[in-house]
Design a binder for this molecule. Sequence first.
Ligand code: CIR
Length: 320
Amino acid sequence: MAATSLPVFLYSVRRKFTSLVTFVGKIFTPQQTATRYIYRHHNTMSFVYRNAVVSRIPDSFAKDALRSKSSKEEVSLEKARRQHEVYIHTLRRLGLDVIELPADEGLPDCVFVEDTAVIHNGVALITRPGHPSRRKEVESIRRVLQKEFKLELYEIADENAMIDGGDVLFTGKEFFVGLSNRTNQAGALAVANAYPDYRVSSINVTNALHLKSLVSVAWPDVLAVGASPAAKKALKEMELKGEYDYEIITLPDDEAASCLYLNGTLIHCSKEEYPESFKVFEERMPDERRIPLNFSEISKVDAGLTCGVLLIGKQRVHIQ
Ligand code: CIR
């Protein structure tokens, strides 16, 4: 075999193996099988983290955080803060050293740190958030990522680029970037430039704030996807453009598709909030370590479980 064709051959063997595993996994779902075990326990290293950055909730959150939802139900600051405390506590329980940034009253959405940076392999892409009121949020994030972790920063030069981290889905093997009201093609290009070793596919997002409002990683090689036409459309495009196959968990509620996998554990919606979707997680992931969290108050302003944290694999820089 010619040397140049070896990678192609290996790639096609790997892809066929993944397809076979997906097929067998589908036949035997929801029972636990050896195949599913193997399937769900490789490719885990991409989701191992030591550190996290979060931001406290400002008083201005309740009245001034951006929201597109038709229901303008009042937000209880106290309840939002209580749910946020539990969220942070859960991250600590999962072994993370969490840096809590102070609330910034001038930035009502500052708690949604996920939108300010994309971090992978020691490189932090500092975003250009799509909504002008959120642009300045990146400043404190840039400082902390540089000072505490000495990450290599990737800054976006194109002034027309827009990108929110909520549109960037990393599966452990490739990136999908949602083209939404907050992220454009120039923003997706920034992801491709920051992470040249990975395939980056742009996906049209309709009827949702971000791509990760519709689909997110539930486990390595497993995607949680909402059941709405918008979610199905996004998934179809991901299947067409993506390089790898994934096991799919379809959830009756799109909101429940925003779940957070890290350090061998899935944080997902609570039973009180989304009973039907909760049941699906129980049935499809009976043996995986899962923690249900109630995010109802925070999600009144369009946020999902992934939105409140920046996860970092790298050790913090300390001088003893
Ligand atoms: C916004 O509209 O920007 C915020 N109210 C919600 C952002 C949620 N971000 C996320 O889920 N990544």
